[in-house]
Design a protein around this ligand. Sequence first.
Ligand SMILES: [Fe+2]
Length: 185
Amino acid sequence: MKTLEIVNPPLLFVRELLIGDEVEKSNRTLADLKDIFQDKQSYETIAPETLLYEVYCYLPEKEGTMGALNFGITHIYPGKIGLEYFMTKGHFHAQDDRAEYYWGIEGEGVLILMDRQRNTWGEKMFLGSLHYIPGGVAHRVANTGNTVLSFGACWPSDAGHNYEEIAQNGFSARLMEVEGIPQLV
Ligand SMILES: [Fe+2]
């Protein structure tokens, strides 16, 4: 841009939509989350190409740039594998001390958090809920409602994702529907 010029912003964030030329989209299907869900029999009954969630990201700087911030919106579809809700893969940050904000935009869900001592707890997500995720805390989101759950995220560009640790060891509790309500068990 030129000095003194006033321009349109490169991004629009309207309700649950993130719009802009540089927004990148990715999809996660059930096949991408193989071994994440406990109920293998139920897993086999659902098509592997079933879409679990979509992520729209704006990464203004190269991944790994210290001091830069990324922005994303995730839409998780409603559904369950057995008694377990559709959810994100979950991760620690590769740079373990990096924090992140999540916030609820629509739908209902639970942000599942686990610290380095493997203590697991949850925070309810809904329109207006705001969640600070400190460094060293793994995070995953489950859609506990009957409609799409959308949430926003803002995280340091040098945080990175450590999915492997969660893929191998999981969280110390699972969010299941017990007697009709979501509970960590
Ligand atoms: Fe994260």
